[in-house]
Design a protein around this ligand. Sequence first.
Ligand code: ATP
Ligand code: MN
Length: 464
Amino acid sequence: MLEELSVAEARHAENVGREVVLQGWVRTRRDSKAGFSFLELNDGSSFGNIQVVADGKLENYESQIKHLSAGCSVTVAGLLKQSPGKGQATELHASRVTVHGTADVETYPLQKKRHSFEFLRTLAHLRPRTNTFGAVARVRNCVCNSIHQFFQEEGFLYIHTPVITASDCEGAGQMFRVTTLDLANPPKRGPQVDFARDFFDRPTFLTVSGQLEAEIFACSLGKAYTFGPTFRAENSNTARHLAEFWMVEPEMAFCDLDGDMDLAERFLKRIFRDVLEKCPEDMQFFNQRIDKTVIETLRRIIDSRFVRLSYTEAVEIFRASDEKFEFPVDWGADLQAEHERYLTERHFKCPVILFDYPRAIKPFYMYVNDDGRTVRAMDVLVPKVGEIIGGSQREDRLDVLRERMLEQDLDPDDYWWYLDLRRYGTVPHSGFGLGLERTVQFITGMANIRDVIPFPRTPGNAEF
Ligand code: ATP
Ligand code: MN
């Protein structure tokens, strides 16, 4: 009986002796002088390939097998044997090789072994066939699985917050507008475009965060999380920003900032542990070829406690240091990447949770501390990547929240439903947002965020 196995399964010694069928893409072909060929086959199920031994007596050996090259797709039936070769437990002795698609050696772009990541970005439709992008895809998948498992085990409800929104939670300049108006001839009200005549009878945008809606569910059902794409039209061409990225946002009722930081720390450690356990081969690759410190870094983090430091204490540290910062660090200023990196890479050499930021640099919904000048915000900073989590305890006092909206030139009437949550059965509650791509970047050591999402959206780039 022929069994269909994945390459990952077929590579296990325990399957030696089985008659199996494998399907995938050829990575390389080598011919032996003794009249047979070796094919390296990969099907995406694992980093490693399986070696297929194709005998010269196979009926299509001369016509097809001998011409197989990188990128060709095949189905191979045969017997799994113990491999005499080093670094592989098994090999497949083919009894039949069916060729589905060839890949012209002259034109197939992945012929060469190594391409720059930059070049591969122009081949988003083929780059998943490379070692690196296969490994990134598996690690990303593992992280997503881990995210859901963690929150399910912790009793959170998975909810879906809208992609199209009328509320602007961080400032309209950074949002993509959603409209069906005829841009060449929009309806006008005076000199202004009349968005009251747009599809939703009001201006609408792609969401920058599901937080406000997640708060609705936390303030009704206790613990909830949303996980989906978010959009920011910030024109920042950095290695850590995308115009479309994925964010997971838990929100908890009856939880203060300390509880929020505890959750964030537990959550990250869980993700790191899962990746090390479930993707050892992929992580080995990243550790060898991308960044020699990633495995050690993750292991150390799992066993350590994150440093927790107030913004004010951080400013003291910058002041006392000999470091020449490009931007000065006066109390009240927003921190730059250089400051974050100084803390995580040089001063503490580990993840740092910064909390209690100046109220003037943080959004209206963050809880105002008794000192009146800081809010209960927290950012989780990690070496190299910088901020991967941003969160806060939410302002749950109606009067303070209204005051904060006015302070930031927001019209409380636009947020009547958000204020209702403070009007009826208000509770202390907290939450945060973790950027999925920054997490994958940190885990894998990949330098550019565009290489950890299948189809990066950045200024000027949306072809694939
Ligand atoms: P930054 O200051 O790094 O631009 P932010 O403070 O604007 O980030 P938040 O609004 O706090 O980000 O969003 C929560 C998390 O979402 C961040 O900690 C980060 O992991 C992720 N994130 C934010 N903006 C982006 C982006 N443009 N591309 C990818 N991930 C992002
Ligand atoms: Mn932030």
